[in-house]
Design a protein around this ligand. Structure first.
Ligand SMILES: O=P(O)(O)OC[C@H]1O[C@H](OP(=O)(O)OP(=O)(O)O)[C@H](O)[C@@H]1O
Ligand code: HPA
Ligand SMILES: [Mg+2]
Length: 166
């Protein structure tokens, strides 16, 4: 099985790296809330947004955390995204002061769908690819479109042969 097709490059992220990058995202978001104040709530786009959202909400001391469930990919193949669970209407209001967090934006289709529902919310991802950039307000690291990002929750440690085999 070629687990990289159709992507040219692989970018492997450790737990330590996603923790550091999510913290950096939180610090960048601090004070960007309405009237330069705090955020009312964090909404994670499941499932990939949950770990970054937990770290951001911890750093910024935001206790109200909800989820929006969007399904679009089966492995590396994308289908039309759909919302299969919405956040609480009372939490969202019109979206003002709500921080929507995801692990990455790729084509931007997932964020486009959530943005259409909550246009006043702020959209943040840890990683971004060029095609999806217009859909995200704040992110930390950009990778090329032909890179597949491998997250630690999708990987396991395993033995590799030495570079110079005997
Ligand atoms: O910008 P896009 O092209 O829409 O892709 C980005 C989305 O795709 C992945 O989620 P996925 O739908 O695979 O679900 P998961 O988070 O449950 O793994 C990723 O976590 C983003 O949410
Ligand atoms: O590069 C990626 N990595 C993991 N999940 C994804 N979903 C869309 N693009 C990606
Ligand atoms: Mg996702």
């Amino acid at each position: 099985m070629n687990d990289r097709l159709p992507h040219e490059k692989g970018f492997h992220i450790s737990w330590d790296q996603i923790h550091r990058d999510s913290r950096a995202l939180a610090w960048r978001l601090d004070g960007l809330g309405p009237d330069n104040g705090g955020w009312r709530a964090v909404v994670a786009i499941t499932r990939g947004g949950m770990a970054p959202a937990m770290i951001v909400s911890r750093e910024l001391d935001i206790r109200v955390v909800d989820t929006v469930s969007v399904k679009s990919y089966n492995n590396q193949t994308q289908a039309a995204p759909r919302v299969i669970k919405a956040p609480q209407a009372e939490v969202m209001g019109d979206g003002t002061g709500i921080l929507v967090v995801d692990d990455l934006v790729d084509t931007g289709k997932t964020l486009e769908l959530v943005r259409a529902l909550y246009p006043k919310a702020h959209f943040a991802t840890v990683y971004a690819k060029p095609q999806g950039r217009p859909m995200v307000d704040t992110f930390i690291t950009e990778v090329s479109q032909d890179t597949w990002i491998f997250f630690p929750w999708d990987m396991a440690l395993q033995y590799v042969e030495p570079y110079r085999a005997t």
